[in-house]
Design a binder for this molecule. Structure first.
Ligand code: 13P
Length: 256
């Protein structure tokens, strides 16, 4: 089976003023100094306000950091106060957009549906960007034995037809593992990632083997190597530990 090149992506969420770009600089310097270089792609998804500056910051010779965004609107433009389109994010320097993060699917906040997430993924492709489609069960769903059904439903409901390995990344983030310090067992991660792979291959044929499936939820330098070694885990989507270059480099080191 073709193993996809791993991706370690940092989601800064609503964190970071201009001064935070110093961490991006430190990350860039750390990656350039890594010998051997890690065998993975590295992405940082800062808040939209920092995108353009972040993209300029990593443009220099030898820099390999990709910049991504955290959300987009489904339309190209229009009367959608406060929203940002994929085309705008692409122009600012983004290469990918996180769509359907659990913090946006959460019924108590933005309550995004699978259908909306699918529309956003299509908008990403229209704008020439990759879509990082997030899926994952809540704690009560896991306790109720529904994790696999929830993940399957979200994947099939949010992944548009026509997905390609080049423009699609899936991120499995169990909601209860996000920001909690808790992680599933490696067996539980393998069970979900193997299922996602199977569904991708059923939907996309052989191309489904090359789609990267990231694990997210309390990934830290101390557990990265173990989690990244799990079957069908092709990288990580990292929240808190992506805010400090030293921590993020410690995670990337899993691929050194
Ligand atoms: P933490 O790494 O802080 O648990 O967050 C994970 C996440 O939500 C990344 O999108």
């Amino acid at each position: 089976m073709t193993t996809p090149r791993p991706l370690v992506a940092g989601n800064w969420k609503m964190n970071g003023l201009v001064a935070a770009l110093d961490e991006l600089g430190a990350l860039d310097a750390g990656l350039k100094a890594s010998d051997p270089a890690p065998v993975c792609d590295v992405m940082i998804c800062p808040p939209a306000t920092l995108l353009a500056q972040a993209a300029r910051r990593v443009k220099g010779p030898g820099s390999s950091i990709l910049i991504g965004a955290q959300n987009c609107h489904r339309e190209v433009s229009g009367a959608y106060t406060g929203d940002v389109s994929a085309e705008m994010l692409a122009e600012a320097g983004a290469r990918a957009v996180i769509v359907g993060h659990s913090e946006r699917r959460d019924k108590a906040t933005y309550a995004e549906t699978d259908e909306q997430v699918m529309e956003k993924a299509q908008a990403c492709w229209r704008g020439g960007l990759s879509a990082i489609i997030c899926i994952g069960e809540t704690e009560s769903q896991r306790r109720g034995g529904e994790a696999l059904a929830v993940v399957s439903g979200q994947l099939l409901g949010s992944l548009p037809e026509g997905a390609k390995a080049e423009n699609t990344v899936i991120a499995y983030e169990p909601v209860w593992a996000i920001g909690s310090g808790l992680t599933p067992t490696v067996d539980d991660v393998a069970e979900v990632h193997d299922l996602i792979r199977k569904l991708l291959v059923e939907r996309m044929g052989n191309a489904g083997k090359r789609v990267r499936i990231l694990y997210g939820g309390s990934v830290k330098p101390a557990n990265a190597r173990e989690l990244m070694g799990v079957s069908n885990v092709n990288g990580a989507l990292v929240g808190g530990a992506s805010l400090k270059a030293a921590d993020f480099l410690g995670i990337i080191a899993a691929y050194a």
